[in-house]
Structure formats: structure tokens, C-alpha cells
Design a protein around this ligand. Structure first.
Ligand code: NAD
Ligand code: TYD
Length: 363
């Protein structure tokens, strides 16, 4: 015990690091914060989050008392607040996840996506310039999405060389913020790295995206709104595998590089929905076929991207990362988590938010 503490103090002395993670109360951010707090006791991890409808401190209750963790409530769009925060703490790195993240919301309110995702990112970049000036090891890590590449046809994969061609206001705002990060690297020599990841799933996912929404609806016997004919394809990755990739890229990624992260795990929405229905029938001891009856084909999402699929060979080759959780394991763990955490589900859905399909995509 004594030796372990001594070792920790020694490491703290040699590599004291203050890491700012934005959006840490959200889905992916909470897994990244937990990983950093638990894996790096000699870092201090700051979680900056505005606690929008998608952010929830319950996601982090297991680490909230850790002495190497602090939560800061604030809006990345608030320039004075961000500048003050950076003047108070000398951050050694920023891992930026805070964003508006739901495509359907971006279709009905694009400006809120420009605000959080573009203005918020540029604010953080400006504040990071002074942090980087006094600190040669500073880096800005932007967490982005494969949706910036637009859509694929039936074949092919997104690589890091695929040109950006965003189709939704969400992906346009993320593409824009990626470009700003790169531009700050070129123009002001800000050290940066970017990763573009496929669709995540797992515990703590706000129940408006496909997998957690459908799990919640099956539990509550509500319709499962499949957009269009359901023949749209996504590449799914378990969130803890994404958090591991983020850790690796933050520590070992090369300055100025982009890394694609994906699950090698493509599913058509309708097939995934039917799989979820079968698994949930078993878990809930319902008769085979019960949940499938909830499937309701509804009007399609406008500008709906047909297919996303990632070529993750660069991160595999250069950093040795590959997904560790199979889809079967990941879905089982996810379903079990939602069944065990129905209070969380009730709590996060009790606030002021709207299920977008109810307004936009009627059968
Ligand atoms: P999320 O919506 O679950 O969480 C976003 C978090 O950001 C919330 O805690 C919210 O309170 C916070 N936030 C939003 N606006 C803010 C603001 N103005 N100031 C401070 N905090 C604010 O999102 P997520 O699914 O965890 O995604 C996290 C990041 O990863 C996003 O940048 C997203 O674009 C990217 N990403 C997500 C996926 C995915 O499948 N979910 C895939 C690839 C990349
Ligand atoms: P989503 O989880 O919103 O992620 P993204 O749009 O960022 O890929 O949607 C995943 C896929 O599921 C997408 O093709 C849209 C579709 N979808 C439905 O068919 N019904 C729904 O209720 C939702 C939320 C999504």
C-alpha cells in the first residue's frame, strides 16, 4: 500500500497532468471520464459539461468522490467562462466531446448545432492557444464522427482519405468543427488530433438514438418507429471500445493526424431491430414474436444517409487498437444494463425533451 502511494506520488511529480474532458456527463464522455479517473490516478481529470438534456451526473456517480476528479458546470459557448476556466487551471490537454449529437434534433433546430458544435469548439480552440504557448506537450483532441464523410453506397468503406461530404446539419456542424481544429493546427501550430468514429452503443446512452430508444420502447410496449424501409446500414461499436481508442489516441496518436474508429460490425436497421426484439423477448420472458409486433414503419428521415462503414485499419496498424467486445456480448451487456437501470431511464426521460419521431415521422 505504502509503496503504491509512493509510486503514485513519484509519477505525480514527474508527469502532473490536468486533463479537461468536455461533455463528460454525456454518453461517450462519461465512459471516457471514468476510464481516465480510474486509469490515471496521477492525472487530474476535469469534466466540463453544461448538463443539457443529454448530460447526466448520475452517469458518473461511481467516480464523483475521487480526489483526482472535478466536475465543472458550464457552457463551452460562453467565451468569458471558458477564458476564466483556462486562466484558473493550466490544462495539459483537452479531450473535446461536448456537442449536440442527435441528427433528428439537428434537422429541426440546426442553429443549436452551429452554436454548440462550431462556436463552442472555436471558443475552446482559442483558449487552448494560450495554454499551448506555455506548454509544449499540450494537445487538443477533437472527438468526431464518421458522418462527416457523408454516405456510402452498397460497397466501400470510409478511410481517413475520404473527402468530407456531410448531409445532415449535425454532420455539417461536426465537419465544420473538424475543419476549424485542423485550421488552428496549420495556422497557429496548435497540436491536435482528430478521430472519426462510427455509431456507438452501450450503457448510459440517452434513449432517443436507435438502440436505447428501441430497448426502452420494448420494455414499455411502445411502437418501434423504423424510418423508411429500414434498409439503412450503420457500423456499431461498443462504447467502452471507443473509450479505449480515445485513451490510446490521446496518448499515442501523432500530432496533426486523423484516426477512423469503427466496429467492423455493419447492420441494417431492420435486421438490428428484429435482433433486439428477439433478445428482449427472451430477457423479458415474453412469447417469441411479441416485440416484433411493435415494429412500425414511419416516414423517412430527410437526407437519410444510406450506409456508414469504417475502415479502421490505420488505428489498428499504428496504435494496435481493435474492438474487444463482440456485438453479441455488447448488446447483451447493454440490454442487461437498461433492464437493471430503469430508474435511470425514467429519470432521464422525465425532463423537458421530446421524442422527435412523434412530431416528425408519423407512420
Ligand atoms: P451526448 O449527446 O450523449 O452527450 C453530449 C454531452 O455534451 C452532454 O453531456 C451535454 O450536456 C454536453 N454538452 C452539449 N452542449 C454543450 C455545451 N454547449 N457546453 C458544454 N457541454 C455541452 O453525446 P455522445 O453520444 O456522448 O457524443 C459525444 C461526442 O462524440 C460528440 O462530439 C459526438 O459528435 C461524438 N460522436 C458520437 C457518436 C455516437 O454514436 N454517439 C459517434 C461518433 C462520434
Ligand atoms: P441514430 O441512432 O439516430 O444514429 P445516426 O442517425 O447518427 O446514425 O440512428 C441510427 C439509424 O437508425 C439511422 O439510420 C436512423 C434510424 N432510426 C430509426 O429508424 N428510427 C428511430 O427512431 C431512430 C432514432 C433512428
Amino acid at each position: 500500500m505504502f509503496l503504491a502511494i509512493l509510486q503514485e506520488v513519484k509519477m505525480k511529480k514527474s508527469t502532473p497532468k490536468s486533463i479537461l474532458i468536455t461533455g463528460g456527463a454525456g454518453f461517450i464522455g462519461s465512459h471516457v471520464v471514468r476510464r481516465f479517473v480510474n486509469s490515471y490516478p496521477y492525472y487530474h481529470t476535469y469534466n466540463l459539461d453544461a448538463l443539457t438534456y443529454a448530460g447526466n451526473l448520475e452517469n458518473l456517480k461511481d467516480v464523483q468522490e475521487a480526489r483526482n476528479y472535478s466536475f465543472v458546470k458550464g457552457d463551452i459557448v460562453d467565451t468569458d467562462f471558458i477564458n476564466h476556466l483556462f486562466s484558473q487551471t493550466k490544462f495539459d490537454g483537452v479531450i473535446h466531446l461536448a456537442a449536440e449529437s442527435h441528427v433528428d434534433r439537428s434537422i429541426s433546430n440546426p442553429l443549436s448545432f452551429v452554436r454548440a458544435n462550431v462556436l463552442g469548439t472555436v471558443n475552446l480552440l482559442n483558449a487552448s492557444l494560450s495554454a499551448a504557448k506555455d506548454n509544449p506537450s499540450f494537445k487538443f483532441y477533437h472527438i468526431s464522427t464518421d458522418e462527416v464523410y457523408g454516405t456510402l453506397g452498397d460497397t466501400g468503406l470510409f478511410t481517413e482519405m475520404t473527402p468530407y461530404s456531410p448531409n445532415s446539419p449535425y454532420s455539417a456542424s461536426k465537419a465544420s468543427s473538424d475543419h476549424f481544429v485542423r485550421a488552428y493546427g496549420e495556422t497557429y501550430d496548435l497540436p491536435f488530433v482528430i478521430s472519426n468514429c462510427s455509431n456507438n452503443y452501450g450503457p448510459n446512452h440517452f434513449p432517443e438514438k436507435l438502440i436505447p430508444l428501441f430497448i426502452n420502447n420494448i420494455i414499455n410496449n411502445r411502437p418501434l418507429p423504423v424510418y423508411g424501409d429500414g434498409n439503412y446500414t450503420r457500423d456499431w461499436l461498443y462504447v467502452k471500445d471507443h473509450a479505449e481508442a480515445i485513451d490510446l489516441i490521446f496518448h499515442k496518436g501523432k500530432n496533426g493526424e486523423t484516426y477512423n474508429i469503427g466496429g467492423f460490425n455493419e447492420w441494417k436497421n431492420i435486421d438490428l431491430t428484429k435482433l433486439l426484439c428477439r433478445l428482449m423477448d427472451k430477457k423479458l420472458n415474453r412469447m417469441k414474436g411479441t416485440s416484433e409486433k411493435l415494429i412500425t414503419f414511419v416516414k423517412d428521415r430527410p437526407g437519410h444517409d444510406l450506409r456508414y462503414a469504417i475502415d479502421a485499419s490505420k488505428i489498428n496498424r499504428e496504435l494496435g487498437w481493435k474492438p474487444s467486445v463482440t456485438f453479441e456480448e455488447g448488446l447483451e451487456r447493454t440490454i442487461d444494463w437498461y433492464l437493471d437501470n430503469q430508474e435511470w431511464l425514467d429519470h432521464v426521460t422525465s425532463g423537458d425533451y421530446t421524442l422527435y419521431y412523434q412530431k416528425q415521422y408519423q407512420p
